[in-house]
Design a protein around this ligand. Structure first.
Ligand code: UDX
Length: 438
């Protein structure tokens, strides 16, 4: 089997490398010459994802994975072409911007000279697959092809494992021929008995959005419960466990925090809201989730200010973690993008440390002092705020923290410490949805 993967962003590069690991010949193609040169000549991975460099290196060496800027070359002999280009939120109206997807479809049509399965891997609104088919047919009436939707459910930081051992694979393919090609591509997953679901095109496209918006809703639900916990003296950690042990609810995605961020949930919730409105079937739950999550990020800065006595003018706040979650350098829609400037507006000076995200962060923040390490960050600060739950922040030497901070004050927006321990250590401590100390 041979495939072309258009787009070497997150989804394209991970999917391409993983398919090559499955034994498929993969040619990744991208218009960005520098990116392709870096990948081809120096094995330079443009994103931070654990294990991806080794996977790319070994499959490139084995001759199963290659990189080019030439789509014609990439498509020569390909059984399938995957479109994995970006679908950013369109400025102004929140709809997904599909211009990259449709341009790719036009170019694919030009170079098609045998039966080809055209697969949309990017998250695309319902109806995009049909439109891709129409564009290809219009551009090349003789083309022999099927369009298939095969959404990706991978999470940043565990993307390779998510691809190699998924809970399920969803494939919107409506002809036997296309289904056979997709079955062959995912042959390895059949061997480990992964459920592979064949559906209609629109259904597959909607599954991706329904999954992400459901998860965003689950997080938002527990975040609101956390706020209530604080008022009534309950503990959100125990509530999450208590409800999560019910198999119908499940324990995952019930960690209260500063609000969801990242490249998917904020964009996909908004896009589905717009689609639903356009079709006259508004998703009021998701509309509410979007607005609660937006407000939450801002409310987190107030929470910090309140815990520090209502006035942070002239205070130095040490912030640990800037990325939207650990094990990534991704800052897209990270809660820190709202929280850090809000604290600055309130008069605080921000010192920050993030194990991987500072380079990206520097593009967003002004006047943030970047530290060399977690301990360097908190030296002489008035308070410590944890924004992202990197493992190294879970195991801080608390005695050292106490000597470095002006006063032992910790605001833990990820609940990685617990109130009893912090009380025993003599900290003033403010978690999310749990008893605060001091
Ligand atoms: C998500 C989906 O999980 C994945 O299936 C999809 O393909 C892309 O979007 P990702 O954005 O990489 O993946 O990260 P994820 O681990 O899902 O976290 C998203 C956000 O939700 C983060 O900001 C995270 O901190 C937050 N979150 C997650 C919580 O606040 N609480 C939780 O319990 C889980």
């Amino acid at each position: 089997m041979r495939i072309a993967m258009i787009g070497t962003g997150y989804v394209g590069l991970v999917s391409g490398a993983c398919f090559s690991e499955f034994g498929v010949d993969v040619v990744c193609v991208d218009k960005d010459v520098r990116k392709i040169d870096g990948l081809r000549e120096r094995g330079e991975i443009p994103i931070y994802e654990p294990g991806l460099d080794a996977l790319v290196a070994s499959n490139t060496a084995a001759g199963r994975l290659s990189f080019t800027t030439d789509l014609k070359e990439a498509m020569a002999g390909a059984d399938a072409v995957f479109i994995a280009v970006g679908t950013p939120s369109r400025r102004g109206d929140g709809h997904a911007d599909l211009s990259y997807v449709y341009n790719a479809a036009r170019e694919v049509a030009e170079h098609m000279d045998r039966y080809t399965v055209v697969v949309t891997k990017s998250t695309v609104p319902v109806g995009t697959g049909r439109e891709v088919a129409r564009i290809i047919r219009e551009a090349n009436p003789a083309a022999d092809f099927d369009v298939v939707s095969n959404p990706e459910f991978l999470r940043e930081g565990s993307a390779i494992n998510d691809f190699m051992r998924p809970d399920r694979v969803v494939i919107g393919a409506e002809t036997e021929r296309a289904q056979a090609v997709m079955r062959q591509l995912y042959r390895v997953l059949y061997l480990i008995e992964t459920p592979i679901l064949f559906t209609a095109l629109e259904t597959s496209e909607l599954i991706k959005y329904a999954a992400n918006t459901f998860l965003a809703t689950k997080i938002t639900f527990i975040n609101e419960i956390a706020d209530l916990c604080e008022k009534v003296g309950a503990d959100v950690h125990d509530v999450a466990r208590g409800i999560g042990l019910d198999g119908r609810i499940g324990r995952k995605f019930l960690h209260a925090g500063p609000g969801y961020g990242g490249s998917c949930f904020p964009k996909d919730t908004l896009a589905l809201v717009k689609t639903a409105q356009d079709f006259g079937a508004p998703l009021r739950i998701i509309e509410t989730v979007v607005s609660i999550n937006d407000q939450r990020k801002k409310a987190m800065a107030d929470k910090v200010v309140q815990f520090l006595g209502g006035d942070v003018t002239g205070k130095t706040i040490a912030v640990l973690g800037l990325t939207f979650k650990p094990n990534t350098d991704d800052m897209r829609d990270s809660p820190s993008l709202d929280i850090v400037p809000a604290l600055q507006r309130a008069g605080a000076t921000i010192r920050a440390f993030d194990p991987e995200g500072m380079h990206e962060a520097a593009k967003h923040f002004t006047d943030v002092l970047y530290a060399e390490s977690a301990y360097d960050c908190m030296a002489g600060a008035d308070a410590l705020v944890i924004l992202t739950e990197w493992n190294e922040f879970r195991a801080l030497d608390l005695d050292r923290v106490k000597t470095l901070l002006k006063a032992p004050v910790l605001i833990d927006l990820r609940n990685i410490y617990n109130p009893d321990d912090m009380e025993a250590q003599g900290f003033r401590y403010s978690p999310i949805g749990r008893r605060s100390v001091g």
